[in-house]
Design a protein around this ligand. Structure first.
Ligand code: SAJ
Length: 434
């Protein structure tokens, strides 16, 4: 069947760029979001999230008349579900948004329609969770209704380019569904398209992020081992990576974002016995904010009521996204300690649950600068300018983002996460810490 009209349910980081790209490629696209404000914003050609190039793309899509947003799903040839699949407090997948989206499109389904799930989901979701809901339409999946999983695999900050150029993995409920979905994405995607079954596609997506999580956990363990050894983990990793078959990731204060710190739990929840390594990687990475906190305490313990300047709160550089950011745990630890004072500086973040300081106020009388994310502009902070502002010249770099020579030349003690001496005391010794 000819695919001309698309209904994209969920207009967030993935749904909005996807809807806009299809619209600028000639499809009639109806975007759907439960938030009336989001719908109004998009219909004015504006955006509610930060992503390079997105505003221009949405404007072009809306002005062409090919993209219109609604609060309820609309009839179409193809439905793309791009809603959040978060985890709950106790690390269980929350598929309520997928269920809600699926139920909302059931009354609109017609023979020959294609339904695609883009949201990252536990293996088996398309076959065992989505398809039964869609079957409530009375249409027989695989015969009258095509169903596929086509996970998004794009990097925040590069979403538009990667949506066009990345390879796509498309998993069909059956081969005919996979082929229908391939025809749709082939109109847009320049990268290779690989067809498989839906559960394999779900597993592929989760394993991509799990690979990264496990690799980062290994790097974080290397960092922790190098402290008592009195050596530099960044050197160890750099030199080990000269080997043609080694590619260690880098340590840091923890793993944040809505993908890598979330997706591995989908596997741990489903297979608690078998997924030991994946579970341990999550624990290791989730413990890094506490390791960083202990590193901080070790270096400020001789200072009375030290003021900590937290440099950066987003989960990674050059974005405004603070979801699951390790800085949030660090802020909670610092605020819970009555001995510590805190100022937070992040030029990328406009709205935040904690008070943000301006540049000078953040550094004034500071006793320790704690960098948790390597925003590009932080590399240009001039330690010579900061020296007269601060009370103690101490900087802790958890990302190896600063120029050590420049800071030490200006009298700063430069501490690097992952570089030995002094040894980090065990949590048991830090009874005053929390
Ligand atoms: N991090 C480290 N060390 C590293 C690399 C990353 O500590 O060596 C930390 C970052 O600081 C950050 C977190 O990991 O806190 C995740 O950042 P990221 O840039 O690695 O990944 P995301 O979450 O922004 O995007 C990932 C991407 N997945 C992979 O690269 C395998 C992206 O392609 C996916 O589309 C996205 O997850 C998603 O939506 O699932």
């Amino acid at each position: 069947m000819v695919l001309r009209e698309l209904c994209v349910v969920g207009l967030g980081y993935i749904g909005l760029p996807t809807a806009s790209l299809f619209a600028t490629h000639g499809f009639q696209v109806k975007g759907v979001d439960i938030s009336p404000q989001v719908v109004a914003t998009i219909n004015q050609g504006d955006i509610h999230i930060e992503e390079p190039g997105l505003k221009t793309l949405v404007q072009a899509a809306v002005n062409s008349g090919n993209l219109k947003a609604y609060t309820e799903p609309q009839p179409a040839d193809c439905f793309i579900i791009a809603v959040p699949t978060p985890i709950t407090e106790d690390k269980r997948v929350d598929l309520r948004s997928v269920a809600q989206a699926a139920r909302a499109i059931v009354p609109l389904l017609r023979p020959g329609n294609l339904v695609i799930l883009e949201s990252t989901s536990p293996p088996g979701t398309t076959r065992d969770f989505l398809a039964p809901i869609l079957a409530e339409s009375g249409l027989v999946p695989g015969e009258e209704l095509f169903i596929a999983h086509c996970p998004e695999r794009v990097l925040p900050g590069k979403i538009i380019k990667e949506l066009l150029t990345n390879a796509r993995v498309i998993g069909g409920l059956d081969p005919a569904s996979a082929e229908q979905a391939r025809r749709l994405y082939a109109t847009l995607v320049e990268g290779e398209i690989h067809l498989t079954d839906a559960t394999t596609a779900e597993m592929v997506k989760i394993m991509e992020n799990t690979y990264r999580d496990v690799n980062i956990a290994l790097a974080n363990e290397v960092a922790q081992l190098c402290h008592p050894l009195g050596i530099n983990a960044w050197d160890v990793i750099r030199l080990a990576n000269l080997h043609p078959r080694v590619s260690l990731h880098t340590p840091g204060p923890g793993v944040g974002g809505h993908c890598i710190s979330v997706d591995p739990w989908f596997i741990v929840e489903k297979f608690p016995e078998a997924a030991q390594l994946i579970h341990q990687a999550r624990r290791t990475n989730d413990n890094m904010p506490d390791f960083t906190y202990r590193l901080l305490l070790e270096h400020v313990r001789h200072i009375a009521n030290p003021k900590i300047t937290l440099l950066g709160v987003t989960y990674k550089p050059d974005v405004d996204d603070v979801r699951e950011s390790p800085a949030l745990t660090l802020i909670a630890r610092i605020q819970a300690n009555p001995q510590l004072r805190l100022a937070i500086y992040d030029p990328h973040v406009k709205h935040f649950e904690h008070e943000l300081s301006g540049f000078e106020a953040a550094f004034l009388d500071s006793d320790c600068i704690l960098l948790t994310v390597g925003h590009a502009e932080f590399k240009y902070i001039n330690p010579r300018q900061l020296a007269p502002l601060v009370r103690n010249r101490l900087v802790i770099d958890t990302r190896n983002a600063l120029n050590r020579a420049e800071w030490t030349e200006n009298g700063f003690d430069y501490v690097l996460l992952g570089q030995g001496q002094p040894a980090i005391p065990s949590p048991a010794l830090l009874v005053t810490a929390s």
